[in-house]
Design a protein around this ligand. Structure first.
Ligand code: AMP
Ligand code: MG
Length: 416
């Protein structure tokens, strides 16, 4: 029997093999949540021109010195500047320009006084006539309420560096600098393979002895969550011909990654291993982890391949620990496993392999507590539905007593 392989060694070997995909050009709306493949430098100042941060009056700030309600400064209104217009001429001392938020500051003006600090009344909305004069009820400093050209970003400055994910703020900035198309890392096409005579699909009748394929669906969700495009194929039967046909079909899709579940444990599942070895260069690993000991890893016609164990929790945990970081590297995504330290509320058992126990987290008296989700069978997918995280009991330990501090991989953001 092969010795059990350390989880970290397995992951390091896997990561060393993964290559990041090349870039493709997409339109800006399609770029959301994708990984940018180029440094983006702004060609322009944003905002492109000095503009008003308020609805009010643009003035020379010197004209407001010592103004207050008892002693207002009186200016003649010389211009009316709406957002989107381009004011001509210069504002002279003693003059004010009615101005809207986002409208360009006229030449000469050095501050904007909000309408609330004047005697003007805009309660009539758009129909408010332009007054001949305006009284200022306070003094302003130079530059007050003016948004300077380039204060958001200056021409030549970096908006985002290659390798970052394009979120809503980034896509807004790319729109702002006029970037209709961007280079992004191609999304990995991931084919998901299920096989087993006991498996039926969700629309099929559940006759005696059958269960529904759940791994096909959980894996598709996990792949999508990791930035890949999942492609789920029909379930193969436990015959060499059926499994061969499934793998051939998978390869015709030109995938970037193949993930199967089941057929890698010792026993009758040898058929899947046979086909894997026929078509590819596959290592069978026994990994020192629980759940998820048996795992096949290698390449089939140059495509990286993971043969995950079939038990639904084992499938998910091995994906989380070994496939997710690999997929992130293929997708060029920044990746760091999110963990917290938590205190066990009760004793937790292990068999000495590195164990990933499903736990519910809570915050009590400033400490994060971890409670088991209950039954930890690798077939009980509800343990993953309930779990906030996977508490790691290190290898070599068979029981973590209540009060132990464990690292917990976060499966979702806790709601505290
Ligand atoms: P195997 O590796 O084929 O012996 O499968 C191990 C366990 O996982 C068995 O209980 C299977 O019924 C179960 N299993 C295998 N594939 C799936 C699947 N796609 N969805 C749900 N359970 C599965
Ligand atoms: Mg099977």
């Amino acid at each position: 029997m092969q010795p059990l392989l350390n989880v970290d060694t397995a992951l390091a070997d896997i990561l060393a093999d993964m290559k990041t995909l090349p870039a493709e050009t997409v339109s800006l709306p399609e770029a959301h949540n994708r990984v940018i493949a180029e440094d983006i430098v702004s060609p322009i100042d944003l905002p492109p021109f000095d503009n008003s941060a308020m609805d009010g009056y643009a003035i020379h700030f010197e004209d407001s010195v010592d103004a207050d309600r008892a002693n207002p400064a009186n200016l003649s209104v010389a211009m009316d500047i709406l957002a989107g217009s381009a004011p001509e001429g210069r504002l002279e001392l003693g003059q004010a320009a009615r101005i809207m938020t986002g409208a360009p500051i006229p030449a000469g003006a050095t501050a904007v006084i909000p309408v609330e600090d004047t005697d003007d009344d805009w309660s009539k909305g758009e129909d408010s006539p332009l007054p001949a004069e305006v009284r200022l009820y306070r003094s302003l400093s130079c530059g007050e309420n003016i948004r300077r050209a380039g204060e958001n970003i200056e021409a030549g400055a970096t908006v985002m560096a290659a390798g970052a994910v394009i979120g809503p703020a980034e896509i807004g900035m790319l729109a702002g600098i006029g970037c209709p198309r961007v280079e992004v890392i191609r999304q990995p096409k991931v084919v998901i393979l299920s096989s087993g005579d006991e498996l039926v699909d969700i629309y099929d009748e559940l006759t005696p002895g059958k269960i529904r394929d759940t791994n096909g669906y959980t894996l598709a969700g996990l792949v999508r969550g990791a930035g890949g495009i999942p492609i789920r194929l029909p379930i193969a039967k436990d015959t060499l011909e059926s499994i061969r046909a499934l793998y051939r079909r998978a390869l015709e899709i030109n995938p970037d990654l193949l993930i199967s579940s089941a057929g890698v444990s010792v026993g009758a599942a040898d058929l899947v291993k046979t086909v894997m070895n026929e078509l590819g260069d596959i290592d069978f690993w026994r990994i020192n982890m629980r759940p998820g000991k048996p795992l096949a890893y290698g390449t089939i016609q140059g495509v990286p391949f993971f043969g995950l164990p079939g038990n639904p929790v084992s499938t998910m945990v091995t994906f989380e620990v070994l496939v997710k970081p690999a997929l992130a590297k293929i997708a060029g995504r920044p990746f760091k496993q999110q963990t917290v330290k938590a205190i066990t509320a009760g004793p937790m058992k292990s068999d000495g392999r590195r164990s990933y126990n499903r736990v519910i987290l809570s915050q009590e008296h400033g400490r994060i507590m971890a409670r088991t989700t209950g039954i930890q069978s690798s077939g009980a997918l509800m343990s993953m539905v309930k779990a906030d995280g996977l508490a790691i009991i290190p290898e070599g330990i068979t029981e973590a007593p209540a009060g132990s501090e464990l690292n917990v991989i976060l499966l979702r953001k806790p709601d505290w």
